[in-house]
Design a protein around this ligand. Structure first.
Ligand code: NAD
Ligand code: ZN
Ligand code: ZN
Length: 377
């Protein structure tokens, strides 16, 4: 099919908040520096849900959502030398051109060319979509659009991984699990024996807790509004639980009282701006570091007193746990292959592609962590 249009099934988001519709779409061949992927497994991350609901985000429809996935390269466009048909890959929502100041910096994964852009629904080469139906364009999402049997992505947004890696498991490393673990290990960087608070105990937050456990944290305090998260969280090393609903005081005060003035590190994985502020204000003065991971509404404002920073607290944020997709993710997959990290415990549900809307129901109900969607029934 190289160089030809492929007709295949995709789950199209036609309207905000309405069930995705499985439709036959046309997927154009990859252009310069692009690759066309056959997606085998994909999963649902809360970021897909926000842009599908389009409540606090810019609406763009019809769109093919999806960014946590695994697949194989079907064909490559002009100029692509690092990938070939048959390679096993994870598409990643933020890319790595390899040439820009960010890609050359050890500290950044915010590539000038391919960094996350939630509003762009087209490919950067020609400003057009590769998806269409009856001649009408269907927009891309995060440069990945994995809720389709075939998709076109920029080659800089693709991590080539060990051909023996099981895609139905490692697909969750293409967003949520790497993001949470990296937020702790690469950004919050707790030292052995430190206390760590994790706000939001979905897959991203529990991966952040897992990072804290790997780093040797002495206490891992999990904060969530959903009490059913707490049982699950025990498997991830969370040692104490706080439900903001059980307290009249601001949660940062509750945590400060539990920890003699504040935690050493905190990682926010909720997307709620109030929780972001609490996550910052609950770290200890003098050395505390807070890391924001959740995706806020586009108009949310973060407010705190400047004195909270003057008192030597640090506030940081991260996309994708500061991992560089092409350079770092193959190594994260190797860690899974060597059983140094576990991904199975994050996978609580599985559905066939035609039941993809069930995955949205589970996430909206706060049931389970990751739901794997099998493209081939
Ligand atoms: P999820 O829905 O599975 O988990 C979120 C959890 O947060 C839920 O358990 C929910 O009950 C809890 N929560 C919500 N509001 C809260 C509050 N005010 N206080 C305490 N707990 C609260 O979602 P997920 O897939 O784990 O994603 C978590 C967040 O991370 C989302 O905002 C998502 O968009 C974001 N995300 C960011 C990146 C990045 O690179 N920065 C990558 C992936 C996901
Ligand atoms: Zn995600
Ligand atoms: Zn770059």
């Amino acid at each position: 099919m190289s160089g030809k249009v492929i007709r295949c099934k995709a789950a199209v988001a036609r309207e905000a908040g309405k069930p995705l519709v499985i439709e036959e779409v046309e997927v154009a061949p990859p252009q310069k520096m692009e690759v066309r992927l056959k997606i085998l497994f994909t999963s649902l991350c809360h970021t897909d849900v926000y842009f599908w609901e389009a409540k606090g985000q810019n609406p763009l429809f019809p769109r093919i959502l999806g960014h946590e996935a695994g697949g194989i390269v079907e064909s490559v466009g002009e100029g692509v030398t690092n990938l070939k048909p048959g390679d096993k890959v994870l598409p990643i929502f933020t890319g790595e051109c390899g040439e820009c100041r960010h890609c050359k910096s050890e500290e950044s994964n915010m590539c000038d060319l391919l960094r996350i852009n939630t509003d762009r629904g087209v490919m950067i080469n020609d400003g057009k979509t590769r998806f269409s139906k009856d001649g009408q364009p269907i927009y891309h999402f995060l440069g990945t659009s994995t809720f389709s049997e075939y998709t076109v992505v920029h080659s800089g947004c693709v991590a080539k991984i060990n051909p023996d890696a099981p895609l139905d498991k490692v697909c969750v490393l293409s967003c949520g699990i790497s993001t949470g673990m990296g937020a702790t290990l690469n950004v919050a960087k707790p030292k052995k024996g430190m206390s760590v608070a994790v706000f939001g105990l979905g897959a991203v937050g529990l991966a952040a807790a897992e990072g804290a456990r790997i780093a040797g944290a002495s206490r891992i305090i999990g904060i969530d509004l959903n009490p059913s998260r707490f049982n699950e969280a025990k498997k991830f090393g969370v040692t104490e639980f706080v439900n903001p609903k059980d307290h009249d005081k601001p949660i940062q005060e509750v945590i400060a009282a539990m920890t003699d003035g504040g935690v050493d590190r905190s990682v926010e994985c909720t997307g709620n701006v109030r929780a972001m502020i609490s996550a910052f204000e609950c770290v200890h003065d003098g050395w505390g570091v807070a890391v924001l991971v959740g995706v806020p509404n586009k108009d949310d404002e973060f407010k705190t007193l400047p004195v909270n920073l003057l008192n030597e607290r640090t506030l940081k944020g991260t996309f994708f746990g500061n991992y560089k997709p092409r350079s770092d993710i193959p190594g994260v997959v190797e860690k899974y292959m060597k059983k140094e990290i576990e991904v199975e415990k994050f996978i609580t549900h599985q559905v066939g592609f035609t039941d993809i809307n069930k995955a949205f129901d589970y996430m909206l109900k706060g049931e389970g962590l990751r739901c794997i969607i099998r493209m081939e029934a």
